[in-house]
Design a binder for this molecule. Sequence first.
Ligand code: ATP
Ligand code: MG
Length: 570
Amino acid sequence: MTEIPPTRHKDFIRQIIADDVAENKNQGRVVTRFPPEPNGYLHIGHAKSICLNFGIADENEGGVCHLRFDDTNPTKEELEYVDSIQRDVRWLGFDWGENLYYASDYFDQLYRYAVVLIKEDKAYVCSLPPDKIREYRGTLTEPGKNSPHRDRPVAENLDLFERMKAGEFEDGAHVLRAKIDMASPNISLRDPVIYRILKRSHHRTGDRWCIYPMYDFTHCLSDSIEGITHSLCTLEFQDNRAVYDWVLDQLPVERHPQQIEFARLNLSNTLLSKRMLLKLVQEGVVEGWDDPRMPTLSGLRRRGYTPRAIRDFCDRIGLAKKNSQVDMALLEHCVREDLNESAQRVMGVLRPLKVIIDNYPEGQTEDLEFQNHPGDTAMGTRMVPFSRELYIEQDDFREEAPKKFFRLAPGREVRLRYAYYITCVGMEKDEKTGEITALHCTYDPETKGGSSPDGRKVKGTIHWVSAAHALEVQVRLYDHLMLTPDEDQKEAPELTDLLNKDSLEVLNSCRVEPGLKDIAPGSRVQFERLGYFCVDPVDSSPGKPVFNRTVSLRDTWAKIEKAQKSKKAK
Ligand code: ATP
Ligand code: MG
C-alpha cells in the first residue's frame, strides 16, 4: 500500500467535522461513505470524493469510511462495475475493511419505511404518465400543480403500492411520490418520486423486486441505517438536501446524518461524466474503460499514473463550495513529481536515425555501466552495450542547424549520454527521396563516460541505443481526448465534434535498451529526455514490451504557476 501523504489543507468540511468532534456530536464518531452507483468505471472525479471520504476517516481517531454501492437502478448496473470499483478504490490505497454495503440490502427496510409514509398520508401513488408528472412539476419561475391522485385515500394507496410490488402493473403505470409541496420554490420538494416500477432483474436481488426506490429516498435512509455521521456529496445535490432532511424527519429513524456539499472536480480537456464515458466505450471511440486516454482510474493506471500521484493531486486541488475547472497540467505535474523520484531511467529512441561510428572497430561491443537513477544510488547500476552502429533520435540531428541547435549537425560534436563525444562527418541519403538514411560520425576514445580529459566542452547531450543490440518495440503517445478545454462545451450534442482525432499516435519501430526485454508489465520508466512510460499490461507479451507514454518531461504546470505568480505580483 502506498504511504498516505499528509493533507495540506484544513478545508471547510474538515473544519465542520473537527468542530463536531470537539462538541462530541455523534459521541465524537466520524463515519463517512463513498457511494458509487455501479453503472460505470470510476474516474478521476470520483478519486476526489474517495480521497475526501476515506481521508477524513483516516485522519479521525476511530473514523470509518463505508464503501456503499448505490445499486437502485437495475437497467444500468452490472457486476463488472462492482468489481472494477472495488479494485480501483483498493488501488488508490484505501480500505473499507468490513464496511462493504449495498443499498439493495436495504430494499425490505426501505419498503417498510415507504409503507409508514403512506400510512401517515405523507406519500401517495400517482398514476400520471412520466411526461405529465414533468409538466405538473412546474418550472423555476412557476409553481407546480397538484397531481389529480394527490388526495387518494390511504387505504387505496396502500393497496396500489402493494400491487405495484406484486408486479400487477407495467413499468411507468404508477409511481410512489412523497407528499411535500408542489408550490415549493425548491423543485426537488415538489412531491419527488420515491418508488418506480421496473421489471428488471437486479444483479443482487434477482427478480425479487419489480419496484425500486429512487435516489432521494434511498440515500438518506441508507446513510441513517449505517450510522453515517457526515454525508459528503457534490453540489448538484444541494437542492436534494431538503428532501434528504424531510424524509429522515418524517420517519422513526435513530440517526439523522448531515449532508454537506462540495464542488465536483472539473478537469480541462476531460469528460468526467460516466454517461459520456460509457458513450465513448460503446461507440468504440476508445478501446475500453481502461484505454490509457480515458480519465478513469483504470485508464490512468494503464497509462502509468501512480496512486500516489493521484492522491497528491486530490490533495492539491483542495475543496471548495463553488465549481471551477482544474488544469490537466496539474495532474501531469503530480505524476511527473512522483515518477521523477521512483522511475528507473533508461534510453529509448522513438524515431530512430542510424549513426555509424567510422573509427570504432567493427564487430566490437563494450558494456558501459550506467546508474539506474542518477541521484539515487540505491537504485543500482546496469550494463548498456555500445558498438559501432547506433540509433539516435531523428529530432536530434539537423542538416542545416540554427545556431542555438545544440544537438548533432554536420561538423558538430555532441555527447552521447554517459558514453563518448562524437562528431558528425557525413551523411548517407536515399538517392530518390533525398532522405537521410544514416549519419557517419567519429568518436573520441578519450571521452569515455561522457567527459573529455582535455576539458573540451560540448553543448549537447543526446540519447542513443546500440543498433545491433536494441530491442524493437511499439510505443504509444497520447494527447487529450477532448479538443475543448471547457466544461460547459463538453456536453455538446455531437460528441465526435469534440474529440481530438490525434489523441493516439502509435510508433512501431522504436528502439530501446536490450535490458528492457523482460521488464514486467505495469513497470514505469523514464526514457531519458523524452518522458515517463509504462509497460502496457494488456498488449505486452513476454520479450515484447509495449510502452505507453504517461507524460512527457515538459512541465507546463510549472509555467502556468509561474505565470500565475507573476500576475498576482502585478
Ligand atoms: P458521473 O457524473 O460521472 O456520472 P455520478 O455522480 O453519477 O458521476 P456516482 O457513482 O453517483 O457517480 O458517484 C459516486 C460519488 O462520487 C458521489 O458521491 C459523487 O458525488 C462523487 N463524484 C462523482 N463525480 C465527481 C467529481 N467529478 N468530482 C467529485 N466527486 C464526484
Ligand atoms: Mg450519481
